[in-house]
Ligand binder design. Structure first.
Ligand code: NOJ
Length: 753
């Protein structure tokens, strides 16, 4: 056995580095130059030109009309223009024909790739690999900037605990720490080492804030997040994004406790500007300024503009009320000119930092960066690492070399468009590798592939073709069934009240399982689905959140053991919709379930009511979700042991070192994602039963054992206490190092004064 000690510290304590991360004298000087240029320009600007900078419009076909607006200085940013020739033409008008020659910042939703599509962010989160997220964002920036896009509306770092919400696909899941780490990695990837590089694009931390807690998982809905929960759970990823230098923030659509984010001075001014000292600019979401009228928070556009500007929104996306309404509001003194000046300062600063004044144009003739071989390799690796092995009985996976005939079934087996997932404005299905294509390539002449889709798309319900597919599958040694969701069933505004497989897919799985053949189910979806029954009917299950361009190649490698699954669930998988919200980091309650309670079918008829020993659980769904957060198997097995802490009593200034052994006890080289959870056992307010504080990917060969340690500064155990202060409270803590959020035995330590 090999026995090594490796020390890994993954810290999220980030330096304040907004104005460029290198704190060299050169950077300081550059920043001073930028500040001077901003002030000089600002002094020359008319009110209309200032309000023009605060105005973002969407691109449209008539280039003359667009040019006229730009010429008059009425446009600060354009979104959704992707033709480099038009981008340059519009930029030329801004630079050469507008009075002050202020460049336009071109924006686009580049969410998980521009042309080369990576797995949806929820899938990337399943990799627990921030390097991979950073690389994906870097590649997206290289491809997008090559057409002149210099601003993306990503990452979405909303905590999402409700898979009914379609946008769960676009975020990094339910956990604050995982989302924080992935959000920072993604910002680094988009923005590169310096915003000034022509391949860097400005990131946008969105949606500020609370959007993921929409009531009932219905998009755009109200949220009710009290300040302590906001600060403990929803704000930390945004604070880290601000500190990592995210060039922009976007306000969210929701109203929290009665206040729409776009008009919320508490979050935009008190928290973002005063507490976090943020110096980038804040953009509204699409028409979220004028939508404050529908919210019932403003009676008309004038009041909407007034509330948004005074709350701290710097740029308005598409609804144009700032430009139209602010002049009269300034005249009447309801908005101070100083407020407008500050907003414009923030915007101009980012334009200078992006180098747009000095290098406004994109090289239209540069060789294409799209789908570069290295991009495809990275996208494939990301897809491999984002797949979660949920079940593997009878060693069904990897598929044995003895298998000579495989049946490839299901509507997602050859759905090039659908497997790219939500937000793929620019991805092309023609470039996408489907599982069917990849399996055929891998099979060559050695394995016979029977392709019988059974259903044409995920909502198809054709009993006759299901029967045909099941019949065809009887001729195979192994069945691989690809089911899931079409891409349009998740993403913005695509929420679902029912999370079962759509259409006839359940019937398809049932029919296939009745063949008695070994069956692997591969789910490609934008969210966790309620698939308990289908899992029972399958011998092995791989869960692949929409995996993108290279998804098919990644899945084929995993199915045949050329790669070994390592992904872990980035959010809890519910058994039934009625369990939602269900997440690992809940509070204990005064009556936690004991697991000895009587369930629905065990209750005697005419049983009498008693409150003695009653606890918190569902009679029909029991105590647990389908899969807990952090869950995922491998083709090999891992054993944890010997968790040792560097000290039993620590002060706030100390760093805890938690050491443990991890052994690969199986037959394959594999990567385990070890997770460290902490519980503050008693505090001035109730605290979650567990909180993820660290994770680490560890690769081990068969028989290999490593002694590994996590470092955790005690200062990272802060929370917002009864006095709404961010503190570490002395007292007892539990700590687990385990394979998922539901496993392991705790060790204890104490924080002392
Ligand atoms: C609305 C979405 O909520 C936001 O995330 C997106 O960036 C904008 N539309 C722009 O497309």
């Amino acid at each position: 056995m090999i026995n090594k000690v490796i020390k890994i510290a993954v810290s999220i304590a980030l330096p304040l580095c907004f104005m460029g991360c290198a704190s060299s004298n050169d950077t300081k000087k550059e920043n001073e130059v930028i500040e001077k240029r901003v002030e000089t320009l600002l002094r020359k600007m008319t009110l209309e030109e200032k309000l023009g900078q605060m105005n973002q419009i969407t691109s449209y076909a008539n280039i003359e009309d667009l040019s006229n607006l730009i010429k008059k200085g009425e446009v600060g940013s354009i979104l959704n223009e992707t033709d480099p020739v038009r981008i340059n033409a519009l930029q030329r008008v801004a630079m050469e024909e507008s009075r002050l020659g202020i460049p336009i910042i071109m924006a686009r939703d580049v969410i998980h790739g521009f042309k080369t599509i990576f797995p949806i962010p929820l899938g990337q989160a399943a990799s627990f690999n921030p390097d991979l997220v950073e690389e994906g964002a870097r590649i997206a920036a290289i491809e997008a900037s090559s057409v002149g896009i210099r601003w993306t509306f990503a990452p979405m770092i909303d905590i999402g605990r409700d898979p009914r919400w379609g946008r769960i696909a676009e975020g990094f899941g339910e956990d604050t720490y995982l989302t924080t780490v992935m959000g920072v990695a993604s910002i680094k990837g988009y923005q590169g080492d310096s915003l000034n590089s022509p391949t860097s694009i400005a990131a946008c931390a969105k949606h500020f804030v609370g959007y993921g807690a929409a009531e009932g998982g219905r998009d755009y809905n109200s949220t009710s997040i009290p300040e302590r929960l906001l600060r403990n759970v929803f704000l930390p990823p945004f604070e880290a994004a601000a500190k990592a230098g995210s060039a922009t923030f976007m306000t969210s659509f929701n109203d929290n406790d009665g206040v729409p984010s776009t008009g919320n001075a508490f979050i935009l001014k008190d928290v973002l500007r005063k507490e976090w000292k943020y110096e980038g600019f804040v953009v509204s979401d699409w028409a979220s300024v004028s939508e404050m009228i529908a919210h019932g928070f403003a009676s008309d556009e004038t009041e909407a503009a007034l509330k948004a500007i005074n709350a701290g929104v710097d740029m308005e996306m598409v609804s144009g009320t700032f430009f139209r309404e602010a002049p009269q509001l300034i005249k009447t003194g309801q908005i101070k000119e100083e407020t407008i000046d500050n907003a414009v300062r923030y915007i101009l600063r980012i334009k200078f930092m992006l180098g747009l004044f000095d290098n406004p144009y994109v090289d239209e003739k540069a060789p294409s960066t799209f789908y570069a071989p290295s991009h495809l390799v990275a996208a494939k690796q990301a897809a491999i690492e984002s797949v979660i092995l949920l079940k593997n009985e009878k060693n069904t996976l990897p598929i044995s070399a003895d298998v000579k005939t495989v049946a490839v079934v299901g509507p997602m087996a050859n759905a090039a468009y659908e497997q790219m997932g939500t937000w793929v404005f620019d991805g092309e299905k023609e470039q996408t590798q489907t599982p069917l294509k990849a399996i055929r390539e891998l099979a060559g002449n050695n394995i016979q592939v029977i392709y019988a889709p059974g259903l044409t798309h995920s909502r198809d319900n054709n009993a006759a073709t299901i029967a045909q597919a099941a019949n065809a599958a009887t001729k195979a040694d192994v069945i691989v069934a690809f089911v899931g969701e079409e891409s349009i069933l998740s993403g913005e505004a695509h929420c679902l009240a029912n999370l079962d497989l759509q259409g006839g897919q359940s019937q398809l799985i049932s029919a296939l399982s009745k063949t008695g053949k070994p069956m692997v189910t591969v789910v490609m979806a934008g969210r966790p689905l309620t698939i308990e029954r289908e899992i029972e009917q399958s011998d092995a299950v791989l869960y692949s959140f929409h995996p993108g361009t290279m998804g098919g190649a990644a899945l084929a490698d995993l199915l045949w053991g050329k790669a070994v699954p390592s992904g872990k669930t980035p959010m809890t998988f519910p058994k039934a919709v009625g369990q939602i919200p269900v997440y690992y980091s809940h509070n204990n309650t005064g009556r936690p379930a004991q697991r000895s309670e009587v369930l629905l079918n065990e209750i005697p008829i005419e049983a009498g009511q008693t409150s003695l020993g009653c606890t918190s659980f569902y009679l029909d769904a029991g105590f647990d979700p389908l899969y807990p957060f952090g869950y995922g198997l491998s083709y090999t097995t891992f054993q944890y042991g010997n968790v040792k802490l560097s000290a039993k009593e620590l002060k706030e200034t100390d760093t805890l070192v938690a050491e443990f052994d991890l052994a690969n006890t199986g037959k394959y080289t594999g990567t385990e994602i070890a997770q460290l959870y902490v519980q503050d056992k008693s505090a001035s307010v109730t605290r979650p039963v567990k909180e993820l504080k660290r994770f680490m990917r560890i690769e081990l060969k068969p028989g290999e054992k490593k002694t590994v340690c996590f470092e955790l500064p005690i200062s990272e155990l802060t929370f917002w206490n009864i006095d709404m202060k961010q503190v570490v409270e002395p007292g007892d803590f539990n700590l687990w190092i385990a394979t998922d959020s539901q496993s392991g035995t705790p060790v204890t330590f104490k924080v002392i004064d």
